[in-house]
Write a protein that binds this ligand. Sequence first.
Ligand SMILES: [Zn+2]
Length: 81
Amino acid sequence: MSEDKNSEYKIVDSNRLDVEVSWVCSDCARAALKLEINQGKRFFSIMTMHEDICDICKSRKSVAASRCFGRLKYRVPKNWK
Ligand SMILES: [Zn+2]
């Protein structure tokens, strides 16, 4: 995800049932973990990675189930989904 300051972002809560965030790459999860809204959260120590499309950045990467990353809130571009 680029850090273009002119872009508008929204926050997606992967804990909500109406948001489909199944797979997340570790890059997106690490970036999300730095956000203030995810303070105090942390990753599960054991997670199974596989290659698939990340639901946040839409890139094909090594991903894990979003619950493995502690059901974080993710910052996504405003036009995401
Ligand atoms: Zn990603």
